[in-house]
Design a protein around this ligand. Structure first.
Ligand code: KIV
Ligand code: NA
Length: 263
């Protein structure tokens, strides 16, 4: 199989083929996902919750993300590899660049940054220096204290308009992918339609260009409260490989997410 690239993700969006993404934190799971044909792998700062047992992502460090990224990179062959810039690692464009380089050295082909207008200059700074950026809007978990919990975002007309304006500004700054998390399905569609870059939804409706789930949610091993957008793909499967293949198939067929997973 040919390696997945940023241009190939744009081509998939153009052809109306759904993009699949799962999070991964180690070489073995990454290898299974890659063998099943996942398009993209994300080393999420969700590792703070699902691997380390913290109740938020806020304590994760750039060196921890780099450690997991290096492991995932060893297990991966063809998926495009993204890694999260954790909380506090991108206060200025210069510091963001220095930290993003650690992730690139670990094997990341794109870094992901949460936030709207305030990260636009940072996105431009990284992209100009050849580090591709995935933006992340909606329920940005690093904003948990301001939000007062993990709550659906973009529910008012004003919030939805702000989200779309942020998405356009991030695209203009050079972002080449956008994660949309926990927003009404209609807003996910509206934002996706307004952009050229592909969008990857998690609780953002079926009309995003692709879908992502946290691996531990997808295989039903996360002990915490389940978000509405989570589906247990181990159900009816006898192996992790079966669950990964079911996720990929349902995203490609458009049967996941169903209405019950959407806001
Ligand atoms: O950290 C993570 O796993 C993420 C995905 C949920 C998009 O940011
Ligand atoms: Na994340």
């Amino acid at each position: 199989t040919k390696a997945v690239t940023i241009p190939s993700l744009f081509a998939m969006r153009e052809r109306g083929e759904k993009i699949t993404m799962l999070t991964a934190y180690d070489a073995s799971f990454a290898s299974v996902m890659d063998m099943c044909g996942i398009d993209t792998l994300l080393v999420g700062d969700s590792l703070g919750m699902v691997c380390q047992g913290h109740n938020s992502t806020l304590t994760v460090t750039i060196d921890e993300v780099a450690y997991h990224t290096a492991s995932v990179a060893r297990g991966n062959k063809t998926a495009l590899l993204l890694a999260d810039m954790p909380f506090g690692s991108y206060p200025t464009p210069e510091q963001a660049f220095a930290n993003a380089v650690k992730l690139v050295h670990a094997g990341a082909q794109m870094v992901k940054i949460e936030g709207g207008a305030w990260v636009v200059d940072t996105v431009r700074f990284l992209v100009e220096r050849e580090i591709p950026v995935c933006a992340h809007l909606g329920l940005t978990p690093q904003s948990v204290h301001r939000f007062g919990g993990y709550k659906v975002q973009g529910k008012t007309a004003e919030a939805a308009a702000q989200l779309k304006a942020d998405a356009l500004a991030l695209q203009e700054a050079g972002a080449s992918l956008l994660i949309l998390e926990a927003i009404p399905a209609g807003v996910g569609k509206d934002v996706t339609d307004a952009l050229q870059m592909p969008t990857i939804g998690i609780g953002a409706g079926p009309d995003c260009s692709g879908q992502v789930l946290v691996m531990h949610d997808m295989i039903n091993v996360f002990p915490g409260k389940k978000a509405r957008f989570v589906k247990n793909f181990m159900a009816g499967q006898s192996s992790i490989e079966g669950a990964v293949r079911a996720f990929i198939r349902e995203v490609r067929e458009g049967t996941f997410p169903a209405a019950e997973h959407c806001f």
